[in-house]
Write a protein that binds this ligand. Structure first.
Ligand code: SF4
Ligand code: SF4
Length: 383
C-alpha cells in the first residue's frame, strides 16, 4: 500500500517548480562542509534539501533565502542534487504565494523598479546612459563590431560608473567600433530570476532580446558575469543566441591581436578574486590572470581559495538586495584573505563583487593600505 505524505501537494509543487532532484539526496552533508555560510553562521543546505524532500520547507524564513547560488556545493555533491535549482524552486513557490516580510522588502522594491524602469535601483530609465557623457560613446548601430552592455550597476551606481567609463576608455584606445543601447537597455534579469520571480525575468529577457534583434546586434560585450551567465546560458531558452563576451575575454583578445598595447609598468602586489558567475559557473579562470600577467612590474599572488574554490562575495542569488549582518559578510573574509597576502590591490571582474569588497575594505579599515579595483580600472592605468 502506498503511504501518502500529508505534504504531497507541496512536494509536487517543489518538483514542478524545478526542485525535482532533491529526491536523490542521501544527506551526506558534503554541501555543508563547503558552503561559505558555515564560515560565518549556522546554515545547512542539507537541511533545506531534507525539508523540501518532505514538503516541510519554511519559505518565509531566511534559510531559503540565504543561498547566494555560488555554485560551490553543486560541484561537490555526489548525487547531483542541483541545490541551486531547489532553492530557486522554493523561492518561486514563495513568490507565487506572495510571501512578504521585512527580509524580502528590498527584493519587492527591486522587482517593482525592474518592472517599471528596467533597473533594480529605483532610478529613472532616462538616466541609464548618463555615465557615458563625455566618454565618446555612440548609440549602437547595425554593423558595429560589438554592443557594450554595461548592465544596471555600472550604468547607475557612482562607484561602478567608473568601471563602465574605464571600459569605454579602453575600447576607444583600442579603436573598437562599439555602441550602447542606453535607455533601450534593460536589466539582464539574472538576479531577479534567482529570487524566484520568473514573470519579471521573462519580461526583461524578452524585451532585451527584441531590442537586440531590432538593432541588429550579434556580439555583446558585458562587464558583469551575471549578465554573461544569463545571456549565454539562459536566454537560449527563448531561442535567442548571441555571441557573448566578458570583458576579461575581450581584453585578452584585444591584447593578443595587438590592438591594445600595455605601455606602462605597475609595480604593485595584487591578487585576483574569481567571481562565482565568471569562474565556477562559466569556467573563465585563465583569461583575467593572463591579462594581469602581461603588465610589467606587477606581482600577481593567489589567495588560498581561488579558481574553482573561490570564496563567494555574498552578493549572488539576489542577496545583493538583502541586508546581510556585518559579521556575516563573506566579503569581510575575502578582504582579510587579500590583506594576509599583503596585496595592495584586490582585483576582480564583477560589479557585485566590487560593491561587497569595497564595503568590507572600508568597514575593516583598509582604506589606506588596499584598493579594490575592477580589471578594467587596472588596465586603463597601463595603456
Ligand atoms: S552533498 Fe548532495 S547528497 Fe550530500 S547532503 Fe548535500 S545535497 Fe544531499
Ligand atoms: S550554492 Fe553556495 S551559498 Fe548556496 S548552499 Fe551551495 S555552497 Fe552555500
Amino acid at each position: 500500500m502506498e503511504v501518502e505524505s500529508p505534504f504531497k501537494e507541496i512536494i509536487e509543487e517543489i518538483q514542478e517548480l524545478g526542485g525535482d532532484a532533491v529526491k536523490y539526496c542521501y544527506q551526506c552533508g558534503k554541501c555543508d562542509t563547503v558552503c561559505p555560510w558555515n564560515k560565518v553562521t549556522d546554515f545547512s543546505m542539507r537541511r533545506v534539501i531534507r525539508e523540501a524532500t518532505f514538503g516541510l520547507s519554511e519559505i518565509e524564513l531566511e534559510d531559503v533565502w540565504r543561498c547566494t547560488t555560488c555554485g560551490k556545493c553543486p560541484q561537490k555533491c555526489p548525487r547531483d542534487v542541483k541545490q541551486i535549482d531547489n532553492v530557486v524552486a522554493l523561492r518561486r513557490m514563495a513568490t507565487g504565494y506572495g510571501v512578504s516580510n521585512a527580509l524580502l522588502k528590498p527584493v519587492r522594491i527591486a522587482s517593482a523598479s525592474l518592472a517599471a524602469d528596467g533597473n533594480p535601483l529605483v532610478v529613472d530609465r532616462e538616466k541609464r546612459a548618463d555615465w557615458a557623457d563625455g566618454y565618446n560613446v555612440k548609440k549602437f548601430e547595425e554593423g558595429m563590431e560589438i554592443l557594450y552592455f554595461p548592465g544596471c550597476y555600472p550604468s547607475y551606481d557612482a562607484r561602478l560608473k567608473k568601471v563602465a567609463q574605464a571600459t569605454a576608455n579602453i575600447l576607444n584606445k583600442a579603436g573598437v567600433e562599439f555602441g550602447i543601447l542606453g535607455t533601450e537597455e534593460n536589466c539582464c534579469g539574472e538576479s531577479i530570476r534567482k529570487t524566484g520571480n520568473e514573470e519579471v525575468f521573462k519580461r526583461l529577457a524578452r524585451d532585451n532580446i527584441k531590442t537586440f534583434i531590432e538593432n541588429g546586434v550579434k556580439r555583446i560585450l558585458v562587464s558583469s558575469p551575471h549578465c554573461y551567465h544569463t545571456f549565454k546560458n539562459e536566454y537560449p531558452e527563448f531561442m535567442a543566441n548571441f555571441e557573448i563576451v566578458h570583458i576579461t575575454e575581450y581584453l585578452l583578445e584585444l591584447i593578443n591581436e595587438g590592438r591594445l598595447k600595455i605601455s606602462k609598468e605597475l609595480a604593485k602586489k595584487i591578487t585576483y578574486h574569481d567571481p562565482c558567475y565568471l569562474g565556477r559557473h562559466n569556467n573563465i579562470f585563465d583569461q583575467p590572470r593572463e591579462v594581469l600577467n602581461k603588465i610589467p612590474g606587477l606581482e600577481l599572488m593567489e589567495m588560498e581559495e581561488s579558481r574553482e574554490e573561490s570564496l563567494c562575495c555574498g552578493m549572488g542569488g539576489g542577496r545583493v538586495w538583502i541586508d546581510t549582518k556585518m559579521e556575516e559578510r563573506f566579503s569581510n573574509l575575502r578582504v582579510e584573505d587579500a590583506a594576509r597576502l599583503g596585496a595592495e590591490i584586490l582585483v576582480t571582474a564583477c560589479p557585485y563583487c566590487i560593491i561587497a569588497l569595497e564595503d568590507s575594505r572600508l568597514g575593516l579599515g583598509y582604506e589606506e593600505t588596499m584598493e579594490v579595483k575592477d580589471i578594467t580600472e587596472v588596465i586603463q592605468e597601463v595603456i
